[in-house]
Design a protein around this ligand. Sequence first.
Ligand SMILES: Nc1ncnc2c1ncn2[C@@H]1O[C@H](COP(=O)(O)OP(=O)(O)OP(=O)(O)O)[C@@H](O)[C@H]1O
Ligand SMILES: [Mg+2]
Length: 921
Amino acid sequence: MKLVEMGFAKLDALEAVKAVGKSCGDAVEYLLKRTGGFSSASSLCSAKNNSNKTLGKRSLPSSFASGSMRQSSLLDHFGSVDKNKKKCVSFGTAVVSDPSEEMRKSPPLVFTESSGCSEGSSTWEISVNSILRNRFGISSLKSFQREALSTWVAHKDCLVLAATGSGKSLCFQIPALLTGKVVVVISPLISLMHDQCLKLSTHKVSACFLGSGQLDNRIEQKAMQGMYQIIYVCPETVIRLIKPLQKLAKTHGIALFAIDEAHCVSKWGHDFRPDYRKLSMLRENFCASSLAFLEYDVPIMALTATATAHVQEDILDSLHLSKETKTVLTSFFRPNLQFSVKHSRTKSAASYAKDFQNLIDLYSGKRKATGKKLAVISQGSEGQSDFGYHDAENIHETDNDDDDEEDPENSVAKQNSSNGKEMSEEYLEDETDIFQSVDDWDVACGEFCAMSPCDVLDIPDPSGKQTPDESGHNHSNKAKNLEGPTIIYVPTRKESVNVAKYLSGIGLKAAAYNAKLPKKHLRQVHQEFHEDKLQVVVATIAFGMGIDKKNVRKIIHYGWPQSLEAYYQEAGRAGRDGELAECVLYANLSRVPTLLPSRRSKEQTEQAYKMLSDCFRYGMNTSQCRAKILVEYFGEDFTSKKCNLCDVCTKGPPEQVNVREEANLLFQVISAFHAENSSEHASCQDYGLGNSKQKKLSDKPNLFFFINRIREQSKKFMEIDRLWWKGLARIMEAEGYIKEMDNKSRRVEIAFIEPTEKGRKQLALEDDKPLYVYPEADMLVSLRQRRTYSGFSSWGKGWADPEIRRQRLETMKRPRERKPRRERSRQQQRSFFFAFTPIFRQRRRAIEKLKLVNEALVAAEENVARLQERHDVILKEICSYYLVNSELQEALVAARADIDVASGFVIELRRLQLNILNSLS
Ligand SMILES: Nc1ncnc2c1ncn2[C@@H]1O[C@H](COP(=O)(O)OP(=O)(O)OP(=O)(O)O)[C@@H](O)[C@H]1O
Ligand SMILES: [Mg+2]
């Protein structure tokens, strides 16, 4: 039976048992010898190794070029699932029982490999295919999986780069089933290890996970005795267990070390974990040269879906992988994901209402369809959840709801309500989850038996899902799938709670997930999400990596992500069943994103700015296919020109505009400034960029300085929003007409500008040719919200009315009432500290200046009014004469001239006021 499960034909298995007896290991050896053994993968693995480690645009393996491994299409990306796949138990139903019993009954196999090539499918591939069919309900390997496995068969290290959801896990799970030796998988999160162990148990594979917290010694000991086929372990613990693992390698055999989510190794990646860097010890401690009993080094396989060329290099170097390491590349393209970017302020309940309307309609429509009506919140509800999830008790349904699936005893809401009100304050801190701890749940370790309780008890699949067909598509379930769950990613913990509260307030089944929430709550949210009990999870980056739920239909990023790697990793949670899924980024396109606080070295800060800047440019893009930008970001050549799904492909780019005049003017102002200052100043330090004390910010050659100069020079451009100029400056920088002059500090956007030679040639000389560009997203936003010069702020507007003016001046003079001292939250402490920073002092000075300007403006406007009165009196007098009175005529002209001068002064003051207001915002 064991042999059949491993994929051998029944007749062959019987023959082997007849020939060598009942020992499984001997029978396998007999069968393999009879069929010619393993084929060496060396032919596949040689020569390409180092050539694939190139920076910049990556060259795909030759199999790509030859056409056998082309860019994935919707079908082949999720292809090859067997129709006869057995039903699997969904999350949380696996019984944790002692797997040692089973393991004792069937001792681990010793898989003897022999080298030598064979034509067509090699023996190991035949065995793998049967394992796939029998255990996983999958009909065949994907080409990248085959390549990764053949590298492992050849005892070589391997770096696997494949899209999210493409099936990297199988690459390291198969070796355990093929050899009977143990596979050790290093993984960054308990939640991820738990999910994978649970899935394996449904495929009859015994597995355990070991975190870094207080472990159950029993499980660890059993793991070190080879009782589990796969051991998931965090980096810290695997380093501690080096000696026991060496013993395990001797007694039982270790087939492979797999380093999942390997981008965590790299300082240049988006989710660096310092402990991952220590994994270089694996290569040193498990090689044939240091362990006499090993014939070959234990292979190491590193896997990730989000590594740029730079990060790939760093992974290979940091893990000290052997020189022969093979890089297995597949396309990063996810052909069923529909990317789009939308403008939103993303902060207030008003934006929530606008932005989540579709989501609310979708889920409330679903509720109506199932006989329920949209829920309304109980205003004074005692048990209202602090983390956003309301169960039936907390919501007054307008209709009786008797088919509620949730168990109120165990629901997240019930648990939350018991935590009390005081908890919400603690979790509402406006902090971010940057370094996610390995132990993200309240369990440190666990074990999963190989038998699925479904198989034993014949329980139907609780999710009611049907098995996907050969192409991986679940057509009969299409309607249901389109209503799958949504994950909303927000930057801060506070927002995760706020948005979840808002959505559950509307009646959606939504819950918050961030690293500061109680670990028990997190585990429960995770479980209910997998069981389809939750419609929406509102999460920080704490919820994401590796989550493999087939029917996630929508990923919403609500606020700027910190990098495209993080964005693509999180977006990759969607559409893992191959069906169409939506990935929307809502971001404030009129604001430049900021780097979230974290401990970084100078180099890391620079890199973080670079990544954030790339992400910002992705948001600003209006003319290029989004999938193309994302895929090319990872160094891949995007062969098809467009994805035909994203907002740019479907709506088309905006109409091009001729910016010749504006670009020339901006360039002239910049050039003139630098020409004026070139004799006095030699370097950018002299502009005060190196030393902030040297010059005032307003005198530095930044964009706003130049915009003000343009406004002073030309009334025509007075009304153009600075957002529009910012977009234009970005386009001019991308074209190489202007460049950043302060190379010391990195920023998301160009800050201090100087002209380039190319700009001098192409802008200064060709000033009559039209210069057509696609307006970027912020330029479009500025055109949509175009305001008149005097209407920039409602505060500024009111000054025209003498009564409002009087009241405002009155309040400005009145000393502020001191608020009683109270305990400061961490957020407030940060603001308090911020009060002593140079930026804050500049702001204070600007506010003081603004007060003076306002007062002068009031006086100047009063002066204009007085002069106007005088003018009117003269005019009246002239009208009372029948004959022309030249004296009065002259007085009238003089009065008009006085009014013009005084009005000019008012305009100057208003302009000054506007500049200060702009600098303050
Ligand atoms: N050869 C295959 N044919 C069909 N489906 C497959 C194949 N290999 C894996 N899958 C399925 O693909 C899904 C995603 O697999 P997996 O979780 O390993 O993705 P991943 O590449 O690790 O993604 P991520 O980078 O997001 O962690 C699984 O549900 C798995 O059953
Ligand atoms: Mg994975």
